[in-house]
Each structure stands twice: as structure tokens, then as C-alpha cells.
Design a binder for this molecule. Sequence first.
Ligand code: HEC
Length: 340
Amino acid sequence: MRSRLIYASVALISIFCVCAATIGCGQVASQKQQKTSQSAASPEADAPAQSVDASKPLELPGLHNVIRVTEKLWSGSGPEAEEAFQSLKELGIRTIISVDGARPNLELARRYGMRYVHLPVGYDGIPGEQSRRIALAVHHLPGPIYLHCHHGRHRGPTAAAVAWRSLDRSCRAEQALALLKKAGTDPRYVGLYEAVRNADSLPDEVLSGPVPEFPEITPVPAFVEAMVKVDTHWHHLQACRKAGWKTPPEHPDVVPRHEALQLLETYQETLRLPELQDHPAQLRQWLEEEVQQARRLMELLEAMPTDPPAVEAAFVRLQEGCKRCHAHYRDVPDPVKPMP
Ligand code: HEC
């Protein structure tokens, strides 16, 4: 699955202008504090910086898994509702970088006086060109910067860790990997871990060289757009399940069987995408199976009287469908075609 290479190539057509380099990544904030407090008492005050502190990521209104990576850089989940932008404002954030496939909420960001930059990456690793662009965005754009994916667990912390290593020579692989651990990045995303392990600091001439243009929106392949939609309906279904297969209190507009229907329709639309012809036959077959499974869930949700164990089984089966396909086609670096 290489369609996301388009991300890198589309964004490559960037206009360049020359600007002076601004401050890069500092050290992890907590490390600095740790160092300062150590310096009076401990002879190891000048020892290399420690790994990210073991405290839990922050939960703020509208934002999850929020971690301060360096003085200039934060990582966390995508801001959805307005309260999330309020939280970002309270953190003093001036630039938001999204690395997921969803369209950033430019309107809300503007209203809160923040600039949005969209540099999407997949789950199977971060191509060198995109790593560099993300690091340069963190280097050049006004901070503090909030870098996010959807949940703030996998792609976001990885991109933040890669930027940190690219901009701070003293950041060792173990420190950056500790950030992934703190964020809860699943070790099954081997390509993400590799991206952090292989990240290298950017040479001075790149840091002080031309500044790429950083797009507000980067077009993503139609397949990725479809997956973002699948994900939205899936989240709604999860919320319905939690609410005993009723409309969840936090989403008064969500109706369980409508969500199942929309999941079914989104899978059908995905199957009709012309680009699907370039995908493996097995992936298409699995999508067809998911259409049937989504229909089954919808019918069970419509049935009277309801059959809760059957609904639960249908939901779990659909969940397995996401995992099965991702494990094969999304989450692993492609052994055949190497990343550019
Ligand atoms: C038949 C295969 C298949 C099924 C079923 C499937 N996916 Fe995906 N999904 C993919 C592939 C492949 C990608 C990576 C696409 C790319 O980046 O080019 C992906 C990407 C995603 C993404 C990342 C989008 C982004 O921001 O880049 C999300 C989120 C996602 N899927 C959620 C789900 C959920 C939730 C389900 C189940 C309800 C699901 N998918 C079912 C194949 C599948």
C-alpha cells in the first residue's frame, strides 16, 4: 500500500524562499527542570539529558494524550470541538501541525489566531522527505507548536519524536523512543518505531537553507479520505455501544442503525474507487466482506426485539475486520517497494 507516497510527492511541489533559521527544538522541558534541580545537589548535573519523564500524558478539555516534547513542541490528539482550541490557546499554541489524513479545521484555528499546517503520514513509517518537512516546520514556524494525529498515540508522537531528533543533536534514540512509550504508540507499528530509530539530525545548511512552503491542506488519496469517514462512523458506533446501543448522550444526533448504514455505504463507496483496481485482490475481497458485516449489524440494530449478544458479536466481527486489513496493508512497511 503505497498510495500515501502521493502525500510526499504532492507536498514536494513546494515553493521555496530563504529565511533566517529560528530556534529549533530545545530539550525536553521536564529534563531541563530535572537538570536544574539536580545541579545543586548532584555531581551528575552535566550528564546527558534523561528520557522523557514518566508522568502520564495530560488530558485537557477537548484534547487527549497531550505531552510536552520540547520547549517549543507539544504532541497530542486532534482538536475537534471548540473547547479543544480554547485548551490550545491556554497552552499558548501558535502553530498546529496535523499529520493525519483528516481535513484540518482551519476555520476554528483561524478564529483562535493559530496557523494550521497539514503534513500527513501513514502508519507504516515516515518517508525521509516528509520527516524533513515536518522537522523544518517545527524549526521555522512560530511556537509553541502542537503536533497531532487523530488520537495522539501513534503517528503524532512518532512525527514529534522524529522532529525532535532531527533538530536536537543531543537527543538520543532511546529518549525519543521513550516519548513513543509514554504516548502509548503500539509496538506493532514497526515502521513508526523505525522512523524514530533512523532519524538523523538535519545538517546546519538545511536548517539555515530555503524554507519550504507549509500547506494548510494537503490532498490525500481518496482511499485515505474514505478511511477517515469509516473511522468517524466507527467512533460513533463505539459510543453507541457504550450507551447500550442507544444514542450516546455526547452525540445527540447519532442514531445507531444510521451509523451502521453509513459505515456500510462508506465501505461500498470505497469499493467503487477507481484507484482500488491498483490494490491487492485480497483487500477488495475483505472490503466486500465488511459490506456484508456492516449490513448484518444494521439489520440487527433494526430488529425488534433486539438480540444484544448478536449485536455485540457483529460489532466485534467488524472490529476484527479493521484490524485484519490494517495488519496486512496499513501498518507495516512495504517489503517490496522501499520508502523514498
Ligand atoms: C479492507 C481493508 C481495510 C478495512 C476493512 C479497514 N481499513 Fe482502515 N485503512 C486501510 C488501509 C490500507 C489504510 C492506509 C491507507 C493509506 O494510508 O494509503 C487505512 C487507513 C485507515 C486510517 C488512517 C487514515 C489517515 O488519517 O491516514 C484510519 C483511521 C482507518 N483506516 C480506520 C479504519 C477503521 C476504524 C476500520 C474498521 C471499522 C477500517 N479502517 C477498516 C484498510 C482498511
